[in-house]
Design a protein around this ligand. Structure first.
Ligand code: MG
Length: 373
């Protein structure tokens, strides 16, 4: 394979409902769609970073910069035979995982197009359907209860809510009271102080399936101490940026579950390696989301078809978040399950919609030309 052109499209999309977590809020997203072509064959990828550096350090702007000035020049015109070889072309680029994942996703889809197979088949997926789960932002008590009830009735297999210090027992108590048997988990996005383990231990009584990222991203030892002190399984999100970190966290006892996000770990290849680390150690894992548009949402579904993703993830239908998604057909959850496409191109990008919405567009080619469109 040889990528001879890369297009970047910044595409704003409004969420149907504003989203609030302990660290960040969002009403409108600005993901960058990446199209990589080898002659007439093309593949799409998506950069799912939030616009602001409050989840991790990247922003839409930083991803655009790294893609334009470092990643695209590193791969354009250079031959590669596998994703491992493609990734090696830009191995000098550290961090910037969302930017790397966007380009890499386009290359995976390009490779799937060249081989005429589905992304799931290329990854080694074994399931034809994956279990869907939802993540619900912070809201007032009645709104939250109504949202939980709606998603439960839609058949979602687990519900995740956002919590933080001062907004935990008051959030979880009413939900547990109303839905005593609901598989429920909570995500703190690193909001608790490592010294305040007692605050987290008090949440054991709600019988959560897990608590996600209670402490800051760099508190690996803190998570190990916390996990030893509480009954609820700790799941790590922001702390795990590589497969090596996943192996360290598991060995330290810092978590009993791992959330794998394509953008957070730098792409599908590393996501599969994290999956493999977890599977080899018997640690359950699931696929997390970043309010993905359809391009990345479809990649999440393909990833979730790997056998070691034994728990329902954040992957839900497109309509939960958007009035209209950028792919046709949209991702649909039926009875809490999402079908894994068996063929390449099952979710085609609505190019006219993307063209209409895009606020900037750049085309880079192997001969070094750069064209704003
Ligand atoms: Mg999380």
């Amino acid at each position: 394979m040889r990528i001879d052109s890369i297009e970047l499209w910044e595409v704003p999309m409004r969420l149907r409902q504003p989203f609030q977590a302990s660290t960040h809020a969002a009403e409108e997203l600005r993901h960058v769609l990446v199209r990589a072509c080898d002659g007439d064959l093309c593949g799409w990828g998506e950069v799912t970073t939030p616009t602001d550096p409050y989840y991790l350090g990247e922003t839409t702007e930083s991803a655009w910069h790294v893609l334009r000035d470092f990643l695209a020049p590193a791969v354009l015109g250079r031959p590669w035979r596998s994703i491992e070889e493609l990734v090696a072309l830009y191995a000098a680029v550290k961090d910037n995982t969302f930017a790397r994942a966007g380009l890499e996703m386009a290359a995976w889809n390009l490779l799937a197009a060249a081989r005429g197979c589905s992304l799931a088949a290329l990854l080694g997926g074994t399931r034809d359907r994956v279990e869907a789960g939802v993540s619900i932002g912070m809201a007032d008590r009645e709104a939250l209860l109504a949202t939980v009830a709606r998603h439960r009735d839609e058949g979602y297999r687990r519900v995740k809510v956002k919590i933080g210090p001062g907004a935990d027992e008051a959030v979880l108590g009413p939900i547990r009271e109303r839905f005593p048997d609901l598989p429920l988990m909570a995500d703190a996005n690193g909001a608790y102080d490592p010294a305040a383990a007692g605050d987290v231990a008090r949440l054991d009584r709600f019988g959560l399936t897990m608590i996600e990222q209670p402490l800051p991203w760099d508190a690996l030892l803190g998570h190990a101490r916390l996990q030893a002190a509480i009954a609820t399984p700790v799941c790590l999100d922001e702390s795990i940026r590589t497969a090596a970190q996943a192996a360290d966290a598991i060995e330290l006892g810092a978590c009993r579950v791992v959330n794998v996000k394509i953008g957070r770990v730098g792409g599908l290849l590393e996501a599969r390696r994290v999956h493999d680390v977890c599977a080899a150690r018997g640690v359950p894992a699931w696929v997390g989301g970043m309010h993905d548009y359809g391009v990345s949402r479809a990649a999440c579904v393909a990833l979730a078809s790997l056998p070691g993703f034994t728990l329902p993830g954040d992957v839900s239908g497109s309509r939960k978040y958007f009035e209209e998604d950028v792919v046709e057909p949209e991702i649909e959850a039926v009875g809490g399950l999402i079908a894994v496409p068996a063929s390449h191109g099952a979710h085609a990008v609505r190019e006219s919609m993307v063209r209409r919405l895009a606020t900037r567009r750049l085309r880079l080619t192997a001969d070094g030309s750069e064209q704003s469109q």
